[in-house]
Ligand binder design. Structure first.
Ligand SMILES: *Cc1c(COP(=O)(O)O)cnc(C)c1O
Length: 457
């Protein structure tokens, strides 16, 4: 075992391939349905929104997909990211456990999201795309794609959930600085946005609504604009596996192997990014690492949702996929972890959870910020509220190991820093933060809106 604290790799260690879990997954892929016909989707439907190479990756079962050299060159701006042993946190907790974290907050925008924004912009550029659309909640994804589109000379329109647009002006300005156009969603620019505003001019928006607007603009552009999604889809999760592939090499440098790998889940991409390469080692190499997904109690799609076919967005324009869902009409409470406020979950994460290959736990907001503060004071890094969910459970695992007198090797993904989330920390420090009850009634209502699909698709 190494006595080092920080494990860094050289540029030459940057992975050459992404890992496609579909090659090894013990659960078969589920159907993706056209939202209108509810029949299996055709590549023609997808090609309105995505370039062909992205569609190919979305349905691929090849184990490894080569990372283009142009993408690797841009990854080198911040990758390989460090793996750090949280020795000061271990000491503060008095635990015999060893806690490691993979620090994705060192990317230029401060989160893991550029890992997929860069290749998505690259493949669009290669296919001749001149303009793209996307949605963003708190702005992490929008900023990542704005940076990537700027690198490749692609225009970008971002539909930003209105409440965040108003409350988080700095992320909006960040996107505009990269050259993106940012609109508060619901907006007057789409049929769907106008219909919502006619009914309720005060509509504050949601991620599901913003996805609908971004998809509508791309679909109506006659091929001039392509759409991009920052999580949930297979190709997005696959691009994030650079995190886990690097972590395997770094744990090797540390001379240890994780007993448990932890990540927070919104749509599932940073969790899959760190966990799927370790799942491969479980399936192919006889390892027995527990893979643990952490979600907020306010949007408990894995732990309390239904495994069913549902729309990816609120306006029923995005494809229908089989996933753990709270219902596409479910409106999550206004928790500060904006990146985790999504009604559904990546189909592959849902299927693997359903089959018992990964575990999930839901944690409440105040306890999450307690953990964030403990981490900040021990390690010096102020985490994103989303990432703090993973920290909460890493600390709980370390305390459990202490109670049982066990040595346990814990690895979690620090998906981002919280430098744009100071109002959340202010609320916490002022004692104003609240926990949200499990929204049983709202979920029950939203469940009534699930689409009816033929059972054997
Ligand atoms: C967007 C975001 C998440 C949640 O998205 P996933 O696709 O589940 O990873 C988590 N952490 C941070 C910092 C984010 O920006």
């Amino acid at each position: 075992m190494s006595d080092q604290t920080r494990f860094t790799l050289n540029e030459t260690d940057l992975p050459k391939n992404w890992y496609n879990v579909m090659a090894d997954s013990p659960v078969p892929p589920t159907a993706v349905l056209n939202p209108i016909t509810r029949e299996p989707i055709t590549p023609e439907f997808l090609s309105v929104l995505f370039p062909m190479e992205i569609i190919r990756q979305e349905v691929s079962t090849e184990r490894y997909i080569q990372i283009p050299e142009e993408v690797r060159e841009i990854y080198k701006l911040y990758r390989p990211t460090p793996l750090v042993r949280a020795r000061r946190l271990e000491k503060a907790l008095g635990t015999p456990a060893h806690i490691y974290f993979k620090n994705e907050s060192v990317s230029p925008v401060g989160s893991h999201k550029p890992n997929t924004a860069i290749p998505q912009a690259f493949y669009n550029k290669a296919a001749g795309t001149k303009a793209m659309t996307t949605e963003t909640g708190a702005g992490q994804w929008g900023a990542s794609l704005a940076m990537a589109c700027n690198f490749f000379g692609i225009d970008l329109e971002v539909y930003m959930v209105k409440i965040s647009y108003n409350q988080k002006p700095y992320r909006r300005i960040f996107m505009q600085t990269y050259g993106a156009q940012v609109f508060a969603s619901p907006s007057e620019r789409t049929d769907y946005g106008r219909s919502l505003l006619a009914r309720d001019p005060g509509n504050n928006g949601s991620l599901g609504i913003a996805i609908s607007e971004a998809v509508e603009v791309a679909a109506a552009s006659g091929g001039a604009k392509k759409y991009s999604l920052g999580s949930v889809l297979n190709h997005v999760l696959m691009h994030q596996t650079v995190i886990g592939e690097e972590a395997i090499k770094q744990m090797d440098l540390a001379g240890e192997y994780p007993d448990v790998v932890i990540g927070c889940v919104g749509g599932g991409s940073n969790f899959a990014g760190i966990a799927y390469p370790f799942l491969r080692q479980n399936l192919k190499d006889g390892q027995r690492t527990r893979l643990l997904a952490v979600e907020p109690t306010a949007t408990p799609s894995l732990t309390k949702g239904t495994y069913a076919f549902d729309y990816g967005d609120t306006a029923q324009m995005a494809p229908i996929v089989k996933m753990h869902t709270l219902g596409h009409t479910f409106m999550p409470a206004g928790i500060h972890a904006g990146g985790l406020r999504y009604h559904g979950m990546a189909p592959s994460v849902s299927a693997l959870y359903h089959a018992g290959y990964i575990e999930a736990v839901a944690v409440p907001q105040v306890g999450t910020f307690d953990a964030a503060l403990q981490f900040t004071r021990a390690e010096g890094i102020l985490p994103a509220p989303e990432s703090a969910h993973a920290i909460r459970v890493a600390i709980d695992e370390a305390l459990d190991a202490k109670a049982k007198g066990e040595k346990r090797v814990i690895l979690f993904n620090l998906s981002g820093h919280g430098h744009f989330d100071m109002t959340a920390y202010q609320s916490y420090l002022n004692g104003e933060l609240v926990d949200y009850e499990y929204p049983a009634h709202a979920i029950e209502e939203a469940m009534k809106d699930l689409p009816h699909v033929a059972v054997d698709v």
